[in-house]
Design a binder for this molecule. Structure first.
Ligand code: GLA
Length: 386
């Protein structure tokens, strides 16, 4: 169902309230600050960010809220409603789980001069995990924003995004690009973000929500970003850049006809960069049919050249593309399961969501979930008055 601005504001307020109440309940005092960070869906430009290319994601009305207060003893205690318990960092057996993100953000913020000593944290989230809507980036940016509030100093949007990207690299072993953290930190409400991953320059691409709806179609086939496919493709892109004698695939215009894996991946990146720019122009001009076609081409390139879609995503996208009222559909994010993104005519959005869920189930036997999202602003934080 399409959501409107006030529903998005209500969702944000409700989750902040839950985080504040749960913090007070668990730690026996009020939080000193709260922060909120959205999830994201990428409209177009996948597997281009780590080749210094173009991406066009938007922040969505699914949120991670973090409530926190400083501790005098230097220890860091964190809990979440998903976990249902509070753990003290350094004392948990499972430092491979979500706590490594807490550890990473706290360490790197301290390294960047945001010293707060110890911390108590409580986390509430409506960003689904394992679906490719960037729950880990929302968690990292949310905690970093909270620490900015407590330290009374801001890192700046892109520096905060880069710090959170380093957490993925150094604490979670995921060699991701900058897209997720950048849009989660810096999005503007009502717009998607056209990001140049080389210069980190951004342009707003307004989404006219009276005309179109952005739908997320979750295949419910879990994906793990740390899985080998992501790192393999990233290596293939680097190999192709080396063979073509450039620093990154951003600098390539034409890919030689060779059909081995690095060159196929390079072809995807080069053509996808062009598609991101063309899609941005089409959206700015309100040319929805054209924008949709470009999304369909993007999916075909990710399927045939980059080979990162997988059966469930192909099924979801094909089902979507055959429904009346859909301009275009493609996988979104890292691929190999997770979600597709669908651009639909606003007045058909509810029907498209229902018809797509039914078509996907009858084709795959799997129950997916299709929901409308809206473009919200990036992370923000607030001090709580005592
Ligand atoms: C994941 C990564 C991003 C990006 C996408 C693919 O979401 O975190 O940096 O590479 O996959 O576009």
């Amino acid at each position: 169902m399409p959501v409107n601005q006030s529903q998005a504001d209500d969702a944000r307020a409700a989750i902040l309230e839950r985080a504040t109440a749960a913090f007070t309940d668990r730690f026996g005092r009020k939080p000193e600050a709260v922060a909120i960070a959205p999830g994201r869906v990428n409209l177009i430009g996948d597997h281009t960010d780590y080749s210094e290319g173009f991406v066009l994601p938007m922040a969505i009305d699914r949120f991670t809220a973090v409530a926190g207060a400083v501790r005098g003893d230097g220890s860091v205690r964190a809990g979440s409603s998903r976990e249902g318990r509070v753990v003290t960092l350094g004392e948990v057996d499972d430092e491979g789980g979500w706590t490594r993100y807490v550890r990473g953000v706290v360490d790197l913020c301290a390294g960047a001069g945001l010293l707060v000593g110890g911390l108590d944290l409580w986390i509430e989230s409506s960003v689904p995990t394992g679906s490719g809507l960037s729950s880990s980036a929302a968690l990292c940016v949310g905690i970093a924003t909270l620490i900015e509030m407590l330290a009374g100093r801001s890192l700046g949007v892109m520096a905060k995004a880069e710090l959170c990207q380093r957490v993925e690299h150094e604490y979670a072993g995921v060699p991701c690009g900058i897209m997720d953290q950048a849009v989660i930190a810096g999005a503007e409400a009502g717009s998607a973000m056209l990001l140049d991953c080389r210069s980190l320059g951004v342009e707003r691409v307004e989404i006219d929500e009276s005309e179109v709806a952005v739908l997320v179609a979750d295949t419910r086939q879990p994906r793990t970003l740390a899985g080998s496919a992501y790192a393999d493709r990233r290596r293939a892109c680097e190999e192709a850049a080396g063979r073509l004698g450039v620093r990154s695939l951003r600098d390539v215009r034409d890919v030689p006809g060779s059909d081995d894996e690095p060159m196929r991946c390079a072809r995807h990146v080069v053509t996808e960069n062009a598609r991101v720019l063309a899609f941005g122009e089409a959206v700015n001009a309100g040319q929805w049919a054209k924008a949709g076609e470009i999304m369909n081409d993007s999916h075909a390139s990710l399927r045939d050249d980059f080979r990162i879609t997988g059966e469930s995503l192909d099924a979801m996208v094909e089902c979507a593309q055959s429904i009346d009222g859909v301009y275009g559909a493609r996988m979104t994010g890292a691929g190999m399961g997770g979600c597709a993104v669908v651009l639909a005519r606003r007045e058909r959005a509810e029907r498209v969501s229902r018809e797509l869920a039914a078509a996907y189930e009858s084709r795959t036997g799997r129950i997916g979930e299709v929901f409308a999202v809206r473009a919200v602003g990036g992370a923000s934080g607030f001090l709580v008055s005592s």
